[in-house]
Design a protein around this ligand. Structure first.
Ligand code: PMP
Length: 381
């Protein structure tokens, strides 16, 4: 199988597997234990924390380990907007469900939520955010890059707006951190989340960045109560092997991100050029600087993409967000960008990754084209 679904998850880098194996064998002690073995595990966890902090331009004391971006998003949103007084939150229509549903839960608790619409590329503007702010706005949450359309949001511009207004800004950077430079101060964010498994690290571990400025002003309320790990924000014994694996993933990423992003953009170009010779398609995402370099969303009109992917069994791509694959509704992201239902029905998302070769890209284009030309993929008239 040619794996081209790197937005859903990535395979672990060999350096990550090695680090986790080392950790499982030699750092099994509880990093909170005061004996020598515990201190050794603690040191390795702190080393990983340092690597994560350096990756995003944060201080080590601003990094909290979670179980993934879903938990990080829930913690950031529900942690800032606590029960009691009724407050206002601003987000966008194209966020991941873990953001949208966290906001929905706030609404159910009596808070108000403004969900900003996006343009045809799936993008929100800083001006829209500025217009939505109110004196009672407690949080703005905007993602760095979209998991379906690859749209990069103008987070630094939004950060300038929220900073001037004194409103905390949360950014779900899960899809962006693997291919874009991320600097929390340049972005002007107070909270930022991502997941290990989207950057060739392990599943079940993620990062929540909380600026020290925010912690001093308005400490976050934890979701889990217990042993007070992660400075009281995330109780539960730290997942040492996963955290150490994440640290290794960050090391590999930081060493080669720029060249790798350029290589992946080249593979995407080759894939699209090969496809264009064989079958007509429409691009739903852009390939310019406002979009992630390694991914593309396209439609074969008149084709049922779900059916197509069942037939083209030797490549792994997806029709949209893997998190929503059980839902039969059309993608909320493509719908928000104004795509017609027919175009959404024929849409697939292709994401190239670290172990994708040029031959893979060409073979995938040929396999998809053959599938589209096959009879069963076409819409019954
Ligand atoms: N946010 C975005 C933008 C994502 O793409 C994903 C993963 N699909 C998540 C959050 C959730 O990540 P996890 O499943 O690792 O919690």
């Amino acid at each position: 199988t040619i794996y081209l679904d790197h937005q859903a998850t990535t395979p672990a880098d060999p350096a990550v597997v090695e680090a986790m194996s080392f950790a499982a064998t030699h750092c099994f002690a509880n990093p909170s234990s005061p004996h020598a073995a515990g201190i050794r595990a603690f040191r390795e966890v702190e080393r990983a924390r340092g690597a994560v902090a350096r990756l995003i331009g944060a201080a080590r004391s601003e990094i909290y380990f979670t179980s993934g971006a879903t938990e990080g998003n829930n913690l950031a949103i529900k942690g800032v907007v606590t029960p009691g007084e009724h407050r206002h939150v601003v987000t966008t229509a194209v966020e991941h469900k873990s953001v949208l549903d966290s906001c929905r839960s706030l609404r159910a608790a009596g808070h108000e939520v403004t969900v900003l619409p996006v343009d045809g590329e799936g993008r929100v503007s800083a001006r829209q955010v500025a217009a939505a702010l109110r004196p009672d706005t407690a949080l703005v949450s905007v993602m760095l890059a979209n998991n379906e359309l690859s749209t990069i949001q103008p987070v630094a511009e939004i950060g300038a707006v929220t900073r001037a207004a004194g409103v905390p800004l949360h950014c779900d950077a899960t899809q962006g951190v693997g291919s874009l430079p991320v600097d929390v101060r340049a972005l002007g964010v107070d909270l930022l989340t991502f997941s290990g498994h989207k950057i060739y690290g392990p599943k079940g571990v993620g990062v929540l960045y909380v600026s020290n400025g925010l912690s001093d002003r308005a400490p976050l309320a934890p979701l889990l109560h217990g042993g007070g790990q992660e400075r009281g924000l995330r109780a539960g014994t730290v997942n040492t092997a996963a955290v150490i694996g994440l640290g290794a993933a960050v090391g590999v990423l930081a060493a080669g991100r720029e060249e790798e992003s350029a290589r992946l953009a080249g593979l995407r170009e080759r894939f699209l050029a090969t496809l264009a010779e064989l079958v007509p398609y429409t691009l739903n995402s852009g390939t310019g600087p406002g979009f992630l370099p390694h991914a593309v969303n396209l439609s074969f009109e008149g084709t049922d993409a779900q059916q197509l992917l069942l037939e083209v069994t030797d490549i792994a791509v997806s029709t949209g967000s893997a998190c929503n694959s059980s839902a039969q509704e059309p993608s909320h992201v493509l719908t928000a960008a104004g795509l017609a239902p027919e175009r959404i029905r024929g849409s697939i998302r292709v994401g190239f990754g670290r172990f994708t070769t040029e031959e893979d890209a060409v073979r995938a284009a040929r396999a998809l084209a053959a599938g589209v030309s096959g009879p069963a993929a076409r819409t019954a008239a």
